[in-house]
Design a protein around this ligand. Structure first.
Ligand SMILES: *[C@@H]1O[C@H](CO)[C@@H](O)[C@H](O)[C@H]1NC(C)=O
Ligand SMILES: *[C@@H]1O[C@H](CO)[C@@H](O)[C@H](O)[C@H]1NC(C)=O
Ligand SMILES: *[C@@H]1O[C@H](CO)[C@@H](O)[C@H](O)[C@H]1NC(C)=O
Length: 629
């Protein structure tokens, strides 16, 4: 027991040594978010803070809160419950950001304790005068592993002097308000987001490997949508180390490296004599890189996600299936070109560089705003290292915030990344409750009030106090916001289709057309139905007129006439029309007869002229050669 523990420790140390000697003083870039004090006046302004490597930073968003410094448990290493302290904000109050001191326990434990007590975010004040560092998760897989995955609030480290200023302001009785802002944490240089995941095929490294595998499985769907839509360019990467020249023939290097010590990975069980070796991991990593390359060549880079998730399920180390045969089964099932992948992988025993892995080692070294990649997993979005929990919603937020606002693809506006601000008072946006139409739209940046499109009809307005259906078809939806009313199955509407936003009361009504249209009493106001024999009755939207006795009301003339007169005059009209028609027909017949005869005359003459000379050559039939005549 003691011996094997010592062996483990020594291999770890040996590898640590390797990393640090080879990656000459790793340059590690701290990702900062902007922290702005909004009150009190004397410390107002922006300050640096370093985003913690756990919890969920609100990439693309911002968050305002009041800073609280606990009276007891100032380092936050114990449960705040034990001290009867709660950071839950009262309804309507700003959320509480808890300030705790660095030291005595893991950063993650402080944040976990504060989260449990109701904090919305945690600021850790450094206890040393030093440049900001990134608060990372503890490597140990013990008790911490259980809560790290459950940390959801964001956290940031602030430097010692700023921490002191905050404490002084609070103890002086000031209300300290700060704004944490992640809106510009990810740059957006163009309309495509480039991101890379530094990953590992090893599935037996404890919590970190489990987390990574879980993430890849969860994120696959979104990743493939983004990639297929051309919104992102994703590249997977794998870290390898190399064995110092002097050790290439050592047992460790032989079991952990390929290509004569050029590319190495730690032994999965940290035990050289049993189970899988580091070499197996390097080879599978190389295979996954080649799967990506070959898939990318055929313009289907997203197949990598299928391969990696299928491989996890079908070829786990636990079941002793983490091998070439199993991997090739997955490759074939995905229809990838196995020959090409083998060619890309090359010979692991060759004493020469492998071009694919060489490129990976070069990429490991930081460039510009991105530091060296030394931690697995690492996500880099638009060349900025992502900080926070590797979790679908959080990562999607970070990638989405790499797009300029309003150019983000729809997957960025999906349920997973919504802020659900519309649930509360409809986000303060316009809504039509009766028609179930709202201008509130949840996005990952927070809610926006934007007049909607309903059934193809565009609503226009400011989105806050008004939205009105406009354009063709607008009357179909809530009568385009115009007045409308139904009585006894009859509906009148003041909406006029195709007329931009205008409401006009229908005939028989008067009013503004929006709020009201009143029935016009035609009998009194319009003086309708005024003939002596008439009696007028107003109806909704119209009127009825009846004539006394045997009389009939003629609406166009607003007069009553006798029914019998009407019948006689009608018959007269019919006779006049009939006689007229008969005369016209007779005349037309005569004209036709005359025309026919003269036509036949000339036709016959023309035929005869072909067989016998007629009186004169000049008498050519006129209908054949008129010009000549
Ligand atoms: C973390 O969350 C999971 C699921 O939500 C829960 O089952 C587990 O008990 C939580 N762990 C801790 C330490 O609270
Ligand atoms: C994937 O293909 C694109 C073009 O189709 C190319 O720009 C990119 O560099 C390729 N990535 C890798 C890792 O080969
Ligand atoms: C309103 O519409 C949403 C979706 O558009 C639906 O989920 C909800 O049930 C509707 N509510 C009512 C009261 O019809």
């Amino acid at each position: 027991m003691g011996c094997s523990t010592r062996l483990k420790v020594s291999t770890q140390l040996w590898f640590l040594l390797l990393i640090f000697t080879e990656l000459v003083a790793g340059r590690f870039v701290v990702e900062k978010n902007s922290l702005r004090v909004t009150s009190p006046e004397n410390i107002k302004g922006p300050h640096d803070s370093a985003i913690g490597n756990f919890g969920i930073p609100q990439y693309g968003g911002s968050m305002a809160g009041t800073v609280v410094y606990p009276k007891d448990n100032k380092k936050g290493c114990k449960s705040f419950d034990d001290f009867g302290i709660s950071f839950k904000a009262k309804a309507g109050a700003m959320p509480n950001f808890v300030l705790v001191d660095r030291g005595d326990c893991f950063f993650a434990l402080k944040v976990w304790n504060a989260q449990n007590a109701g904090a919305a975010a945690v600021l850790v004040a450094d206890d040393l005068d030093e440049p900001l560092i990134t608060m990372d998760t503890p490597e140990a897989d013990g008790a911490s592993a259980k809560y790290i995955a459950n940390i959801t609030i964001p956290s940031a480290l602030v430097d010692k002097s700023f921490g002191e200023k905050l404490k002084k302001a609070i103890s002086g009785g000031d209300m300290v308000n700060v704004n944490l802002d992640w809106r510009e944490a990810v740059p957006h240089p163009d309309d495509r987001v480039e991101y890379e995941l530094w990953t590992n095929s090893n599935d037996e490294c404890g919590v970190k490997c489990d987390m990574l595998m879980e993430f890849v499985k969860d994120f696959k769907g979104a990743a493939q949508i983004l990639e297929k839509g051309g919104y992102t360019q994703f590249t997977p990467h794998y870290i390898t180390w190399y064995c110092p020249q002097a050790f290439t023939i050592s047992k460790q290097c032989k079991s952990q490296c390929i290509n004569h010590g050029r590319y190495c990975a730690p032994d999965p069980e940290q035990d050289f004599s049993s189970g899988y070796e580091g070499k197996d991991v390097v080879i599978e990593n190389l295979r996954q890189l080649c799967v990506f390359r070959v898939a990318n060549e055929t313009k289907k880079p997203w197949v990598w996600w299928d391969y990696v998730t299928d491989f996890q399920v079908r070829c786990p180390m636990k079941e002793k299936k983490y091998n070439k045969d199993c991997a090739e089964g997955v490759i074939k099932s995905l229809g990838l070109d196995l020959k090409k992948i083998e060619k890309c992988m090359g010979d692991p025993d060759a004493d020469s560089d492998n071009p694919v892995l060489k490129e990976e080692q070069d990429a490991q070294v930081g460039k510009g705003s991105r530091g060296d990649v030394t931690i697995l997993p690492t996500l880099v979005v638009n060349n900025h290292q992502y900080r926070g929990k590797l979790e679908r919603g959080a990562v999607l937020k970070a990638i989405c915030s790499g797009f300029e606002e309003t150019t983000e693809p729809s997957v960025c506006l999906s349920g997973d990344v919504e802020t659900n601000e519309c649930l509360d008072n409809n986000g303060g946006c316009w809504q039509d409750k009766s028609a179930n139409i709202t201008a509130c739209k949840d996005t990952f940046r927070g809610r926006v009030c934007e007049c909607p499109i309903v059934n193809g009809v565009q609503f226009k307005g400011d989105g806050y106090s008004s939205c009105v259906a406009s354009g063709p078809g607008r009357c179909k939806i809530s009568h385009g916001g115009c007045w409308h009313e139904s009585r006894n199955g009859i509906t009148f509407s003041a909406c006029v289709d195709n007329e931009e936003g205008k409401c006009t009361c229908p005939p028989g009504f008067k009013g503004d057309g929006v709020k009201n249209c009143e029935d016009i009493d035609e009998c009194t106001e319009k003086k309708a139905c005024q003939c002596p024999e008439c009696s007028c009755k107003d109806t909704w939207g119209s009127y009825e007129c009846t004539c006394s006795g045997d009389l009939l009301y003629i609406r166009e003339h607003d007069t009553c006439i006798s029914k019998s007169t009407e019948v006689r005059s009608a018959w007269t009209a019919v006779w006049v029309i009939f006689i007229g028609l008969a005369m016209a027909a007779g005349g037309a017949y005569l004209v036709y007869k005359y025309r026919l005869r003269s036509y036949m005359d000339s036709e016959i003459r023309a035929i005869m002229a072909q067989y016998m000379p007629l009186d004169s050559q000049n008498e050519v039939p006129n209908h054949l050669n008129e010009d000549h005549a």
